[in-house]
Each structure stands twice: as structure tokens, then as C-alpha cells.
Design a protein around this ligand. Structure first.
Ligand code: PLP
Length: 445
């Protein structure tokens, strides 16, 4: 039983151990190099905030499988719900003979997402697929083609979402040509913009840039992450997002909030849009939605969602019954265990420790993020020049000591922390001790 995995870090071999090494050799022979791994370590079991590898090492999980296992790995309610569903049926295809779980997830998302207008939800398999569908829906509704996306954006790896994604390497390099009619706009990035740009003035800059390149009446949608994920956990200055939303409303452009990474309590609110009281026209969710089962959703205003004709939306597996059962259990876990409150506690604990570390280590230019979505941006001391070499070496030192740490950022110089919200203080402190050690050894070296 996974809930019996002790919530403690414990290393019994070097990282990677001999079994992981042997499996990595098999992987290299069987899987293309394009599918890379953060750690050369194979998972055997996982529970809560611990991943146990095939050599018996207990690793602290500060990545949650990239913001997915928000309710903990193999969370009890999720496991029970999936087991019960797997005994009833595994698949019928919602487009052939529908089932209640899909409708129940749609009802839950319609109620939970910002705004009390009438909404609809359609379910898909992945974040990228849901973003694509949000754009399809916006195009059907507006009868326009153009889409605005932002610097540092990440929206997925399909053709349209590669076009929306900003970063060339590794996501786009050599994979074009990309979907047309995508226009890129400058973001608000307080650490790099300096203190000069308020949210409103950063929005004015973005809008001026957009209007110089495309007439708003050609735009179906603006797609934006309320806090950017892969791009570097960038929180725009307050006022930036509301100003963009106002502009979209004034020009009939559908505002699509990509909450794939920020949704489901991750940022200390059910959705990151709530921090500024934003009510997006469409909201895209995935990752944390179903405790690790593949599920994604587009939720939004009924008039927009119903613009796509009957049969125009769907997919063989979209809203798979196991994933829907898992989603309902994950949502119930967030509510019953007050994981929104827990995310806020994690933010306080982590920011305090990381700011202590910042006082010791001038490579930490910025400590930022919300809830359990926290990052440090590494720079050459006294500047904002990215120091990706330090990010790589610090992450490697932490991993070799049994802490799963991810990096991100257009320059790869950001360490990002996404612990499951169920992780206890003791485990978090141990992970932060390891990080402090990793900073110390790389400072000396
Ligand atoms: C991960 C991510 C996606 C893509 O989701 P997949 O499930 O990997 O397709 C899209 N948008 C954001 C903000 C993400 O973080």
C-alpha cells in the first residue's frame, strides 16, 4: 500500500543505483533520445511526497510529476475511486454511450471556475489538446483566425501549441513549419522589467505591440498563463492581466486562461485567476485535475462553448471514465483536506527559507511564485544576467542527495518547486536543507 511509504528521504545506493542504470541502458536502446528524462532514475512506487526508485532509494518529490500529483501520489481517495471504476467499466467512449462521471466533472468545473455565469465544460486527454480545442472554440465563436500568445509562454507540443509556445529549444527546434496566425506579445516580467513598468504600463506596451502587428478584429483569442510555468514561474505585475482582459472584452477577443499548471489549488487559490479576481471567457485545465490520471478540460461561457457545432468537439478517450473518477476524488480531496490553505502555508515556509538562502548566496536574484509553485531565478551576482550553469549544477547536487528538483525558464536558469500539497513540514524542511547544501557546495566549487 502506497500510503504506507514512510514520508522520509533515505538513500541506500548512489543515485542512480545499479538497477536504474541497467534500465536506463534498456531505455536508450528502446526509446528515442527525443524523450529525455530529468533524472536517470526509474520509479518503482510512490506515495504522498516520496518516490521510491527501483534500487530502494526514497526520494523527496519537489516536482509532483510536473504539477500533477497535487493531492499526493496515489492519493487514497483517487486510488479507491479508480479501483471502483475499473471494476465497473474502463471505456465506452463518451461520444458513443456516455456515462455520469464525465457530466459530474463538467458540473464540478462549471461550479468551481471563476465567474457565476452559465458555463459548459468539454474534456480532453492532455493540456495541449485542451489548448488546441479552446482555440478551435474561440475561432468558431468569433469567426476570426488570429491568436495572441506571449513571450516565455508554454502551451504544449502539438503543432498549434508549439506555435503558441515561445521557447525554441527544446520544444520547437526543427519541428516547423508551425500553425499560422499566431502573434507574440511582450509579457510583464517584473524581475527583468525593473521597477519602472507597472502592470498597466506593461499591458499598454503589449497592446501597442499587438495593434502594430494585427488588427484586433482579426483576433479570435488571447492565450495566457496567469502565472507562467515552463517559462520561469513568472508572475506578471498586478494590473497586467486585468488590463489585457478589458482590452479583449472591448475588442471581442476571447480571453483564454491556460491554467494547466496553475490550477487546482496549486497557487493557494483554486485557480490562479482568482488572485486578481479575473473571470476569463475560457479556462483550460489539466495536470493537477485528476491526481495523475490523464485528463484536461476547457470550461467557459455557454455562448462561446456552444459555438462549436454538434460533433465538432471530442476524441476517443477524452474524459475517460477512470480519469473522471480520479478527478472527482482529487477535487474532493482538495476540499476536504483544505489543500488551498496548505498551499498558502507551503508558500510561507518555502519563501522564508529561500529568502534566508538568498541572503547567503548572491546568485539568487529573485524568489517568487505563489502557493506551492515557487521558484528562484539564478543570475550573475549584481545583475539580471541568467546563470543557467548554476541552475544545472545545483539541481544535479540536490538530485544526487535524493531530492527531485526541476528547472525551467527561457534561459534555463530557474529552479522551480512544485511539492504535492500533502507534503508535511518535516519533509519540506529536509528538502530545503538539501537545497541549501547544494547551493553551498556549488558556491565553493
Ligand atoms: C504542461 C502544460 C501544457 C501542456 O500540457 P500537456 O498535458 O503536457 O499537453 C499546457 N500549458 C501549460 C501552462 C502547461 O504547463
Amino acid at each position: 500500500m502506497t500510503d504506507q511509504i514512510p514520508q522520509r528521504r533515505r538513500l541506500v545506493t548512489a543515485i542512480p543505483g545499479p538497477r536504474s542504470r541497467a534500465m536506463m541502458a534498456r531505455k536508450s536502446a528502446a526509446v528515442p533520445v527525443g524523450v529525455a528524462t530529468t533524472m536517470p532514475v526509474f520509479a518503482d512506487r510512490a506515495g504522498g511526497g516520496i518516490v521510491v526508485d527501483v534500487d530502494g532509494n526514497h526520494l523527496i518529490d519537489l516536482g509532483s510529476g510536473i504539477a500533477v500529483t497535487t493531492v499526493g501520489n496515489s492519493a487514497e481517495r483517487v486510488v479507491d475511486a479508480v479501483k471502483a471504476q475499473v471494476d465497473r467499466f474502463t471505456h465506452t467512449c463518451f461520444m458513443v454511450t456516455p456515462y455520469e462521471g464525465y457530466v459530474a466533472v463538467a458540473e464540478a468545473l462549471n461550479a468551481l471556475t471563476p465567474g457565476d455565469h452559465v458555463k459548459r465544460t468539454a474534456l480532453f486527454n492532455s493540456g495541449a489538446e485542451a489548448v488546441e480545442n479552446a482555440v478551435k472554440i474561440a475561432r468558431a465563436y468569433t469567426k476570426r483566425a488570429g491568436v495572441v500568445a506571449f513571450d516565455h509562454a508554454y502551451h504544449g507540443r502539438t503543432n498549434l501549441t508549439m506555435a503558441l509556445t515561445a521557447k525554441e529549444m527544446p520544444y520547437k527546434h526543427g519541428f516547423g513549419p508551425f500553425a499560422p496566425a499566431v502573434h507574440r506579445a511582450p509579457l510583464s516580467y517584473p524581475f527583468r522589467d525593473g521597477d519602472v513598468l507597472t502592470g498597466r504600463s506593461a499591458a499598454a506596451r503589449a497592446i501597442a505591440h499587438i495593434e502594430a502587428h494585427v488588427s484586433p478584429d482579426q483576433l479570435a483569442a488571447m492565450v495566457i498563463e496567469p502565472i507562467q510555468g515552463e517559462g520561469g514561474f513568472i508572475e506578471s505585475a498586478l494590473g497586467f492581466l486585468p488590463a489585457l482582459l478589458e482590452w479583449c472584452e472591448a475588442h471581442g477577443v476571447v480571453f483564454i486562461a491556460d491554467e494547466v499548471q496553475t490550477g487546482f489549488a496549486r497557487t493557494g487559490a483554486m485557480f490562479a485567476c482568482e488572485h486578481e479576481g479575473l473571470v476569463p471567457s475560457l479556462i483550460v485545465t489539466a495536470k493537477g485535475i485528476a491526481g495523475g490520471l490523464p485528463l484536461a478540460a476547457v470550461t467557459g461561457e455557454a455562448a462561446i462553448m456552444d459555438a462549436a457545432h454538434s460533433g465538432g468537439l471530442g476524441g476517443t478517450y477524452g474524459g475517460n471514465p477512470l480519469a473522471c473518477a480520479a478527478a472527482l476524488a482529487a477535487i474532493e480531496t482538495i476540499r476536504a483536506d483544505d489543500l488551498i490553505g496548505r498551499a498558502q502555508e507551503i508558500e510561507r515556509l518555502m519563501k522564508e527559507r529561500l529568502r534566508q538562502l538568498q541572503r547567503l548566496d548572491s546568485r539568487i536574484g529573485d524568489v517568487r511564485g505563489r502557493g506551492a509553485m515557487i521558484a528562484v531565478e539564478l543570475v550573475r551576482p549584481g545583475s539580471v544576467d541568467p546563470d543557467s550553469a548554476s541552475a544545472v549544477s545545483i539541481a544535479a547536487e540536490a538530485r544526487s542527495r535524493g531530492v527531485i528538483v526541476l528547472t525551467c525558464g527561457t534561459d534555463g536558469n530557474v529552479l522551480r518547486f512544485l511539492p504535492p500539497l500533502t507534503m508535511g513540514d518535516e519533509l519540506l524542511h529536509d528538502a530545503l536543507d538539501v537545497l541549501a547544501e547544494a547551493f553551498a557546495v556549488t558556491r565553493r566549487g
